[in-house]
Structures are given as structure tokens and as C-alpha cells.
Ligand binder design. Structure first.
Ligand code: BF8
Ligand code: SF4
Length: 627
């Protein structure tokens, strides 16, 4: 749903770079999206199935053609299976990312990861306590080894429930037990989801979807939570830091290295290499005034959160940023990396480097990073980037960078509040802050780039709703200027007063997509302080421009955790009335939250505000009319 004038992006760097890319004959995601029109209507409704080769099959939505696949599966079963496989894929992606971090933690404890270390011992000990690992009179490395092994058990089948589920309010845990969706093992739930959706296994759409909820919870309270917590242990708990965002963060006179992907394991080493005196000296010799590291997508967000490193853009900027001609090297790990970018880079001097044994791409040089070689490899790769500086041709850096503040972990939010969540709760009780919304997720070429994020955010803060954001939204909102303290001028009077007193912006950057678990931890703290369940809170989630399977899983674990969640694009479920009804209203009786689908962010803001006021009334707080 592009805006009425079919604008491709609301951002000035996006618009200018798209023009430049066109002049350079670069094919972009928007061209390929156009070339795919019309997209398959059966697939859009979730009504096509290619799970086995008696098919592929499709159900006629008009009731005139076949109403079952060759095996006899009807629309409900086919739609449920397709959705559940999206959940499984998203959970697998996040949780495998978490697994890689646990392996680094183990390698550190064994002395096999030179350059990596335990940066936050307090967090290590906190997690060790939660996992029942002895900490008294033990050194950090041996605690780390035991914690890594205990976390590995969370991935398997030796536990009755994933360990960090116990962080949820007790009322919520009881809901999961009653419904039978407490996640048992992280890999177990994904594997069982794939099993159940094989031809001839679970053919009840309700029980398929319940397993979908359990699978998503195994990500939110399992794999993603482990990813975030271990990243904090290894690289530090984020704290607020000033930074800059948009394509203007690339520097004409410095070597520009852009990191892309999701896992900070490689990019943290690259960031350290960029500070090496030896490499800085080499850059100087070759005519560069320094080495500038910038991020795109969630790897960038991970570095921004902990090091204040600048963000060049979000998902739909990843091709365009190369058209600046100023990127000397792009280094990728995995997830959300369009396979097109190697080809885009071939029109410029940019060297493209892939680093993960599980993610190779056309048009990229593969330099595989592992915990034992990462430190050395990072030095080699950064040196290659420096040497490429001389090969630059014409540069086009279209805008000046925008200031922003990032790095709000739950720990720092609570610190900013003076050590407890009470001031935030008081502000909510007094109605100065009506509630809070987590806006998360991607860009999607079906929607004007960043229009959904920025419009929704603006409307919510204007109406005294605190916004926290992650992933690609966080870059959109930073570019829009919502993340400087003076942005309180765009907020309603109550939110302005509270944020002004605390010296924080009205929109807080909570990190990458796995960092959505910080939202789970934050709402759990609020619910516990009020003695209620998460589903009673005046909070909501939203993914206005989502595209990925990971976003589906995030949406599902938010709803299963009691957070009503808005989606911009409709998921591929409209082929089953039963499933649409369950997701948009029936789940209220099961987990106390539902999905709300609304492509127009102006209308979505009203829906969300209405939901928040209803929850306020439920808590006995004053509630406003919404129009
Ligand atoms: O994990 S928000 S486009 S970059 S999937 Fe991807 Fe979506 Fe961006 Fe981060 Ni999340
Ligand atoms: Fe067709 Fe059934 Fe095979 Fe799906 S599982 S492709 S509906 S026969």
C-alpha cells in the first residue's frame, strides 16, 4: 500500500539515492517488485500448498474449483500449515543466532576465542543465578562454561520448560500452562512444528496454531532472549549514547566499512580492528583520514546500542547505500541480506564480504569467521577495505547526518527512572503517559519506505503514548528526528513533561529484532509492579511494514505473551475465515490478546489508542475517548 502519490520513500536520502541508482542503471527491490506483479493471489491468501509432490495444490477461494488439496487438506488446514511454517522459520532464524552466541561463550570459557571476553560479569552472574549455575568463589570463565552448557540444554529436550520462561509474570505462566503452550525446548518446538505440518500429521487447524504459539514462545522467551542476554554478557549491556543516522554518515575522506546482518559476533571484531593504531596508520598512508564503520539492519543496531556506531540505513536502504559509491567494503553475516546486493556492488568499487558458514551470496568474496580466527581475520578484512579506498570513483553522499540517541536497555531505562519502574507507573496511573507501544519490524516495498513507522510513531507520541522501537523501525524513527531530547516538542503535554524531566526522547531505541525480548522483560516488570498480567497493561505492539518470517514469529510471541499487536501488511491467512477470526478476536479468550491488521498507519494509530484506553479502563484508570 504505497501512499496515494505512489511515493517510494519518505526519506530524502532514499529518494535521492534511488534517483542516482536509476541513473546508474541499478535494478532495485522496487523494480523487481514491479516485475512480479500481479503476485499470486492463492499464495497471498495462504491457499497454495507445496508441502508434498502429490501437489502442488491450491484451493479456489470463490468456491467454484477444488476445495481440498490432493491429500484432502482443506483451506483451514493449508492456511494453518503455511502460517505455522513461517513461525518455525522465524523461530529457527532467531534461535540459531542465539546458538552462535552460546558457542562463542563456550569457546571463551575454553580459551579458544582470542579477542572475545566477558565484558559484563554482573550480567553473567545474574544469568548464572537464573540458570542455577554456582557462582560463589568461581572465576568468570568457569561460570561462563557452565552457563553455556546449561543454555545448550534449553535448545534440546531435557527440560520441561525453557528456563527463562520463569521471567514472565506468574499469571502469564499459568495461562501458558492452562492452554498447554509452555515452550519446552527451543529446537524441539521448531522441529515439532515442522513434523506436525508434514503431510498426514496434525490436521486440526486449532491444534496446529496452538503449537505455532508455543513455537513462537520458544523464540521470544528462549532463543531470542538468549541471543540478547549473551550479547550483553560478551559485548556489554547497552546504555544511552549519541549517534548519527542516514546515508550522510558515510564520510568522503575516510575508509567506509558498512556491516550488515544480525549477529554482532563478527561486527564487534571488525569494530575493534577499525580502532587498531596499525590499521589507522595504514589508512592515513593511503590518503584516508580514518576508518569509518557504519551499520545497516540489525547488525548495525547491535553496534549502535553498545558503541554508538552510526546507522547508514534500514532494510530498503541496503541496496541504495551502495549507490553512494562511498562504501569501500560491505561485510555481511546473515538474515535480511538481499541476494541482489553483490550485483549492485559490481557497478561500484565496493568489495562485498560474506563471513558466515551458513550464509553465502552471489557476487561476494567469502571469508569465514569462527571464534578462534575472528580477531585475526577482522584485521585482514579491514586492511583489504583500506586498500580499496584508492579505487573509488565518483561519490554521491546526498544528505547531512541526523543526530539521535540509542542504547536503551531495560537496565538503563530503569536507571533513568531512578532505579525502579515506579515513576513510569505513576505517570501511567496519573494519565500523563497513557501507555506504551513497541513498534518493531521491517520495511517492505509494498509500502512507502518508512511511511508506516514514522506516521504511526508521530500519532502515538502526540497522544502521550511512549514509543519504544527496534529493528528497522528504529532507524526510520531516528532519521525522522524522534530520538533527540528536543523531540519532546512533538509529544503530547504529559509525555513531554515526563520525558523532559528525565532527559530522554519520547521514542526509545531498544535495539535489534532479537532485542524485542527487552520489551518482554520491560512489560513483565510493569505487570509485576502492578500485580497484574501483561495482557492487563495499557500497551501494544505494532509492525507497520513487516516482511519477514522472523517478524511473524515476533508478532505471535508478543500476542501469546498478552500484548495485542497491530500488523500493517496482512499475513497470508485470508483464505481461512476461521483462522482470521481466531487471530483477530478468538485469541482474546485464549491468551488475552489478538492481532489487529490495518495497512493505513493513521487508522492504526486510532485502533491502538482505543485499545490502550480500554486497558486503562480495565485497570480502573481514567480513560479518554478516541477520535
Ligand atoms: O531482524 S526489522 S528487515 S533487519 S527482520 Fe530484517 Fe525486519 Fe529489518 Fe533485523 Ni528484523
Ligand atoms: Fe497438496 Fe496435500 Fe501435498 Fe499439500 S500436502 S501439496 S495439499 S497433497
Amino acid at each position: 500500500m504505497l501512499t496515494p502519490d505512489k511515493q517510494i520513500s519518505i526519506t530524502s536520502d532514499g529518494i535521492k539515492l534511488l534517483k542516482k541508482a536509476k541513473e546508474d542503471n541499478i535494478e532495485t527491490v522496487w523494480d523487481r517488485h514491479d516485475a512480479q506483479q500481479p503476485q499470486c493471489g492463492f499464495c497471498e491468501m495462504g491457499l497454495s500448498c507445496r508441502i508434498c509432490i502429490m501437489g502442488p495444490c491450491r484451493i479456489d477461494p470463490f468456491g467454484e474449483g477444488p476445495q481440498t488439496g490432493v491429500c484432502g487438506a482443506d483451506a483451514d488446514i493449508i492456511v494453518a500449515r503455511n502460517l505455522c511454517r513461517m513461525i518455525a522459520a522465524g523461530a529457527a532464524a532467531h534461535s540459531d543466532h542465539g546458538r552462535d552466541l552460546v558457542e562463542v561463550l563456550e569457546a571463551i570459557s575454553e580459551g579458544k576465542a582470542p579477542g572475545y571476553k566477558i565484558r559484563d560479569e554482573a550480567k553473567l552472574k545474574l544469568l548464572a543465578g537464573e540458570y542455577g549455575v554456582e557462582t560463589k568463589d568461581r572465576d568468570a570463565l568457569s561460570i561462563a562454561g557452565d552457563l553455556a552448557h546449561s543454555m545448550m540444554e534449553d535448545y534440546g529436550m531435557r527440560r520441561k520448560k525453557v528456563n527463562l520462561v520463569s521471567r514472565a509474570p506468574i499469571q502469564r505462566q499459568k495461562v501458558w500452562e492452562k492452554v498447554g503452550i509452555t515452550p519446552r525446548g527451543i529446537d524441539r518446538e521448531t522441529s515439532e512444528m515442522m513434523h506436525r505440518t508434514h503431510m498426514g500429521v496434525d490436521n486440526n487447524w486449532q491444534s496446529l496454531l496452538l503449537q505455532g504459539l508455543r513455537n513462537a514462545l520458544s523464540d521470544g522467551w528462549g532463543g531470542s532472549m538468549i541471543a540478547t542476554e549473551v550479547s550483553d554478557i560478551l559485548f556489554g549491556v547497552p546504555s544511552p549514547k549519541p549517534t548519527m543516522v542516514n546515508a550522510g554518515v558515510l564520510k568522503e575522506d575516510q575508509v567506509n566499512i558498512v556491516v550488515h546482518g544480525h549477529n554482532p559476533v563478527v561486527s564487534e571484531m571488525i569494530s575493534l580492528a577499525c580502532q587498531s593504531p596499525e590499521l589507522l596508520e595504514k589508512a592515513k598512508k593511503l590518503g584516508a583520514n580514518g576508518i569509518n564503520i557504519a551499520g545497516v539492519c540489525c547488525t548495525g543496531n547491535e553496534l549502535l546500542m553498545r558503541r554508538g556506531i552510526q546507522m547508514a540505513g534500514n532494510h530498503l536502504m541496503t541496496e541504495l547505500i551502495l549507490s553512494t559509491g562511498a562504501v569501500d567494503m560491505m561485510i555481511v553475516d546473515y538474515q535480511c541480506i538481499m541476494p541482489s546486493i553483490g550485483k549492485v556492488a559490481s557497478s561500484y568499487h565496493t568489495r562485498m564480504i560474506s563471513t558466515s558458514d551458513k550464509a553465502k551470496f552471489p557476487g561476494m568474496e567469502h571469508h569465514e569467521f569462527h571464534p578462534d580466527n575472528a580477531q585475526k581475520k577482522a584485521m585482514t578484512i579491514v586492511e583489504m577495505a583500506i586498500e580499496n579506498f584508492a579505487n573509488r570513483k565518483e561519490l554521491f553522499i546526498p544528505v547531512k547526518p541526523q543526530e539521535a540517541v540509542g542504547g536503551f536497555s531495560v537496565e538503563t531505562i530503569i536507571n533513568a527512572l531512578g532505579g525502579t519502574a515506579d515513576p513510569l507507573i505513576d505517570a501511567i496511573k496519573q494519565g500523563k503517559i497513557r501507555g506504551a507501544v513497541g513498534i518493531v519490524g521491517c520495511n517492505n516495498p509494498k509500502i512507502t519506505h518508512d511511511y508506516g513507522h514514522v506516521t504511526l510513531t508521530r500519532r502515538l507520541i502526540e497522544n502521550d503514548i511512549l514509543v519504544v522501537d527496534t529493528g528497522c523501525v528504529s532507524v526510520a524513527n531516528a532519521k525522522a528526528g524522534f530520538k533527540v531530547p528536543s523531540a519532546i516538542e512533538m509529544a503530547g503535554p504529559g509525555l513531554k513533561e515526563i520525558c523532559g524531566a528525565l532527559g530522554i526522547p519520547p521514542v526509545l531505541h531498544l535495539g535489534s529484532c532479537v532485542d524485542n525480548v527487552r520489551i518482554l522483560v520491560l512489560v513483565s516488570a510493569l505487570a509485576n509492579a502492578l500485580g497484574v498480567d501483561i495482557s492487563d497493561l495499557p500497551v501494544a505492539g505494532s509492525a507497520p511494514e513487516w516482511y519477514s518470517e522472523k517478524a511473524v514469529t515476533i508478532g505471535v510471541y508478543c500476542v501469546a505473551s498478552g500484548i495485542t499487536t497491530h500488523l500493517g501488511p496482512m499475513p497470508p491467512v485470508t483464505g481461512s475465515k476461521n483462522i482470521v477470526e481466531l487471530l483477530t478476536s478468538g485469541l482474546d479468550d485464549v491468551v488475552g490478546a489478538t492481532f489487529k491488521v490495518e495497512p493505513d498507519p493513521e487508522k492504526a494509530a486510532l485502533l491502538i489508542r482505543h485499545h490502550i484506553e480500554k486497558k486503562r479502563a480495565g485497570l480502573g484508570l481514567d480513560a479518554r475517548g478516541v477520535e
